[in-house]
Write a protein that binds this ligand. Structure first.
Ligand SMILES: NC(=O)c1ccc[n+]([C@@H]2O[C@H](COP(=O)([O-])OP(=O)(O)OC[C@H]3O[C@@H](n4cnc5c(N)ncnc54)[C@H](OP(=O)(O)O)[C@@H]3O)[C@@H](O)[C@H]2O)c1
Length: 251
């Protein structure tokens, strides 16, 4: 198993939910972590937790990943703070709550900008660092909603995730020339309001609807990152057992 000790990882959407859990998990595995979201105050709280929890170095910055210019500044600042990044986790995404026909054009644009363009700007801006530190790794968190036949989510969200999934597959071929691995993680429903340390029993007791604990997804990310140099984990899908009992109606 490859070691993550001392590697520098960047996580988007690390203010809460799965992104926060992945950042904590990577730090526990020995990574220094650069965090972004649009809420610096929330990131500061996550950073304090990581410092207490694992003692690893943390850098955080308020960044809108839909903005190529903001992402470019973030990549320079993160490198200055922690050294070149060798793991990029694209986790931030938008979501359309309203019905497809009733959602505002702005909400649909934001969802596509964050969910699809965000990972494009991030990969482009961090590429030089990833190449310098190779073998390195990009992990894109998409969704089972990226498989349209398995989701009743808003078609705009599904289209954005389908695009992010296609980007991931295409990047995997492109990135091999620079010794960068690319993995897609496809979650079903995540108990993302729960902490990484909340076990599955606590989650199901409190949540009651069969959502999957964040720790299962964090372990999937760590698994992909720690394989031998000879293998690339292409994708990992994790669905909720409950979703099989009903249907893929949430994501
Ligand atoms: N929850 C589920 O059941 C589920 C199921 C399938 C797939 N997923 C996917 O899993 C990932 C994590 O989901 P989650 O439930 O943990 O999400 P979440 O709780 O809504 O958190 C989203 C994170 O992204 C950040 N973010 C949103 N827009 C951003 C932007 N423009 N720039 C930078 N950061 C931004 C948010 O922080 P700020 O608001 O501070 O920016 C937050 O930290 C997403 O890709 C989601 O699509 C989730």
């Amino acid at each position: 198993m490859a070691s993550l000790l001392g590697r520098v990882a960047v996580v988007t959407g690390a203010a809460r939910g799965l992104g926060k859990a992945i950042a904590i998990g990577l730090a526990r595995a020995g990574c220094d972590v650069a965090l972004c979201s649009r809420s610096p105050r929330d990131l500061e709280t996550v950073a304090e937790r990581i410092l207490r929890d694992s003692g690893r170095r943390v850098y955080w910055q308020g960044v809108n990943v839909a903005s190529a210019a903001e992402v470019a500044k973030f990549s320079d600042a993160a490198c200055t703070a922690l050294g070149p990044v060798s793991i990029l986790i694209n986790n931030a995404a938008g979501w359309v709550d309203a019905d497809y026909l009733e959602a505002s054009p702005e909400d649909i644009e934001t969802t596509i900008d964050v969910t699809l363009k965000g990972p494009i700007w991030m990969a482009r801006s961090f590429w030089r660092q990833l190449k310098e530190t190779a073998p390195s790794h990009i992990v894109n968190i998409t969704s089972l909603g990226a498989r349209p036949s398995r989701s009743n989510a808003s078609p705009a969200y599904v289209a954005a995730k389908f695009g992010a999934s296609g980007l991931t597959e295409s990047l995997r071929r492109y990135a091999v020339r620079d010794n960068i691995k690319v993995t897609e993680i496809l979650p079903g429903s995540i108990a993302s309001k729960f902490d990484i340390d909340d076990g599955s029993e606590a989650v199901s007791r409190s949540y009651g609807n069969g959502r999957v604990p964040v720790s299962d997804y964090v372990e999937a990310v760590l698994f992909a990152l720690t394989r031998s140099p000879m293998s690339v984990v292409e994708d990992i899908s994790i669905a909720s057992v409950q979703d099989y009992k009903t249907d893929y109606s949430t994501y």
